[in-house]
Design a binder for this molecule. Structure first.
Ligand code: THU
Length: 133
């Protein structure tokens, strides 16, 4: 899939969003090193906190299918702002792909591309934890 196709896939996934509370539809397309792409959308809940973002939906689909080597993600939201991943999603993406390229899209398909390291500087990761013996 080309970069442009990844972007349009994320934008198309906004149609799958279940967002009756925020009315803010988000789509994501997560590309693996082998070229496999996993998609996601946000899925909201009346309990609010069980809501899952589009990015984490895509990560859960990928990891549960045996894919953990991610190179790029496109995230598409509504309105004029470039849709950046929330803090929780940045942390989840960092677990698997600290060098990820993040393409943030607005409703018109304009983009702001950032590295995950720019979005999550000084991130907490496994290197802080005691080493297994
Ligand atoms: N949301 C995402 O899916 N991804 C983001 O990067 C930002 C926020 C969702 C969560 C919630 O369903 C709605 O957007 C409003 O916060």
């Amino acid at each position: 899939m080309t970069r442009e196709e990844l972007k349009s896939t994320a934008m198309a996934m906004r149609k799958r969003a279940y967002c009756p509370y925020s009315h803010f539809a988000v789509g994501a397309a997560l590309e693996c090193r082998d070229g496999t792409v996993f998609t996601g959308c946000n899925i909201e809940n009346a309990g609010y906190s069980p809501t899952i973002c589009a990015e984490r939906t895509a990560v859960a689909k990928a990891v549960s299918e045996g894919h953990t080597d991610f190179v790029r993600i496109a995230v598409a939201g509504g309105g004029d702002n470039f849709c950046v991943p929330c803090g929780v999603c940045r942390q989840v993406l960092q677990e698997f792909a600290p060098d990820l390229e993040v393409i943030c899209l607005n409703e018109q398909g304009q983009e702001l591309t950032l590295s995950l390291r720019e979005l999550l500087p000084h991130g907490f990761d496994r290197s802080f934890l005691p080493q297994e013996s």
